[in-house]
Design a protein around this ligand. Structure first.
Ligand code: TXA
Ligand code: MG
Length: 537
């Protein structure tokens, strides 16, 4: 028997109310159906520590609570777990229920509501129909709660977690936590793979937001792909920033991107691809290091520079013998690439040297009239551009700090040299000193003192300052000092300060680690043209 663990009340509420309550019948009106996320337990929400017998064994991943809190606002949440230990006689059903009651309590205290936990207690050889990848629990939940399965998701660290979603007409997302690394090679090539539950939530919410903002989303993507195929230019979201895209193999379309951006032709573009295979086909050499990094970090905010294939037009690479390749981790960028069936050359969708756009509105403000179509998916979850790593020389060389922390890359392939340390010429024009700048003077501010012009100036800071009152405007990047959250808010905060008519913006450097290095790098560049006394390093 499959065990159910119900949390909270059923769907129908409000009976006996003094007011007439009109309940929409979800069985006949599909508009009333709610989308859901079905979450695997071990290796997805909590650490996989084998058969969990007691509540003390429950260890949530740090990203779990914030991720589920964001999802719970828009989705019904369920846990679907396989506890074969019960069938094998290694665990009792009561122990498993105790663990689930505890887990639901911590989630509940953290503001997360799980509708129900579905547990399959059988061994695979029992031949039950509730074990993943059988979709039985999904259909059961759908009929009990009136769910919209085509708009629902499954998330887990085993290929079965993806497959059981697919069988029910939902979308499966694979996480690399738990057993994720181990089974990675068994996945179908078009599987959505993300580092963990935090990025899975980013994916789901970005797609949901795009659905809300574009009406018929598939139709919007089809139209955008058609425009690209016909030589047009389209702005689209990626997990880092919005891009201004053209078909990468169409030189005239790419020329239009340079024109719209007002970008010098000597500055090459990044070529976006749907997967590793597409990337390997666009480079003339695909070294083992590229394969390793792509398997580990794609899709994601990492760009690899490699010797180019002759099929890439010269205009894309500005005459360089190398090409920058990137496989983005954003549902809309991925859908667009797959629908087009070809590579997209895209710089960030801002005017040359202005702060990068992390919302569709930023693109419209800067380039509106020149770009016929902006696919809108709300704010970009990572918020700083991709990390650029060159594999074209004798040693892996970092060309730009970005959304993929260098520490993570070094863990995968060993030491990385920083460009500039070996060669002072900018190897990547994104390293140009003046870049990403607001129009207001930006000052790199390490002092604890409040400057004399604070009353007419703004402060950009990671955490709240001791004295907020002295400043005309304060932008706090993350109340809790979280660098990922700070990166996601960075460019929008800079824009708000820039638009406030301030005498100056004082920017406090953030800790020099993880995404903090990408933030500091952009601050330094934004401050660079105000040298001559203003900047104190
Ligand atoms: O996150 C990102 O990378 C975003 C989104 C849209 O994907 N794109 C982006 O593109 O930031 P863009 O054009 O703003 O910056 C691309 C950087 C430039 O600094 C360019 O000089 C460098 O990549 N780049 C492109 N091709 C290169 C190559 N072959 N060798 C060295 N650097 C290259
Ligand atoms: Mg699992």
């Amino acid at each position: 028997m499959a065990r159910r663990h119900s949390h909270g009340k059923g769907v129908a509420q409000g009976a006996g109310s003094a007011y007439p309550v009109r309940m929409c019948d979800t069985t006949i009106d599909p508009r009333c159906r709610r989308p859901a996320v079905f979450l695997d337990r071990d290796g997805t929400l909590i650490e996989d520590r084998g058969h969990l017998r007691s509540p003390e064994d429950v260890v949530l991943y740090p990203e779990t609570l914030p991720a589920l809190r964001r999802l719970t606002e828009r989705f019904e949440l369920f846990i679907v777990t396989h506890q074969g230990g019960i069938g094998a006689g290694l665990l009792t059903a009561a122990e498993v229920e105790g663990v689930h009651r505890h887990l639901l309590r911590i989630l509940d205290e953290g503001g997360v509501r799980i509708r129900e936990v579905f547990t399959c207690p059988h061994l695979r050889e029992h031949g039950c129909d509730c074990i993943k990848p059988h979709p039985r629990f999904l259909f059961e939940a759908a009929s009990r709660y009136g769910l919209d399965l085509p708009r629902s998701y499954t998330v887990g660290d085993h290929p079965h977690d993806v497959e059981f979603g697919r069988r029910a007409g939902a979308q499966g997302i694979y996480v690399r936590t738990g057993h994720g690394e181990k089974h990675h090679a068994e996945l179908a090539p078009d599987t959505i793979v993300v580092p963990g539950i935090g990025e899975a939530a980013d994916w789901i919410l970005a797609e949901d937001e795009a659905r809300r903002r574009n009406g018929d989303l598939s139709d919007a993507i089809r139209r955008a792909a058609q425009m690209l195929a016909e030589g047009g230019v389209v702005a689209f979201p990626t997990e880092t920033v919005y891009g201004l895209g053209a078909h990468a193999l169409d030189p005239a379309a790419v020329a239009r991107v340079f024109e719209i951006k007002g970008r010098p032709r000597f500055d090459p573009l990044i070529v976006h691809v749907a997967d590793r295979t597409a990337a390997a086909a666009l480079s003339s050499i695909w070294p083992e290091t590229a394969e390793r990094l792509a398997r580990r970090f794609w899709p994601g905010p990492l760009t690899l520079v490699l010797p180019k294939s002759p099929v890439i037009p010269e205009i894309v690479t500005a005459g360089l013998p190398t090409v920058a390749l990137r496989c983005p981790r954003h549902p809309i960028a991925q859908s667009l690439l797959r629908e087009l069936g070809g590579p997209i050359a895209a710089p960030s969708a801002n005017s040359f040297s202005r702060p990068s756009p992390t919302e569709a509105e930023h693109v419209r403000e800067q380039l509106g009239a020149l770009v016929p179509l902006v696919l809108d998916a709300g704010p970009c979850p990572v918020g700083v551009e991709s990390t650029i790593l060159s594999l074209a020389g004798p040693r892996p060389t970092l060309l730009r700090f970005g959304g993929c922390p260098v520490e993570d890359l070094e863990r995968a392939i060993g030491p990385i040299v920083e460009a500039g340390a070996v060669d002072e010429r900018p190897q990547s024009p994104g390293r140009l000193a003046r870049h990403y700048s607001p129009t207001t003077t930006l000052r790199w501010w390490v002092s604890d003192a409040v400057p004399p012009d604070a009353g007419v100036s703004g402060l950009l800071t990671l955490t709240p300052p001791d004295a907020r009152s002295g400043w005309a405007k304060v932008e706090v990047l993350s109340e809790s000092g979280d660098l990922r959250e700070a990166a996601a808010r960075f460019f929008a905060a800079m824009r708000r300060l820039d638009a406030a008519g301030l005498a100056a913006i004082y920017a406090r450097p953030v800790p020099e680690e993880g995404l903090g290095r990408a933030i500091n790098d952009r601050l330094r560049r934004a401050a660079a043209d105000h040298a001559g006394g203003h900047i104190s390093f």
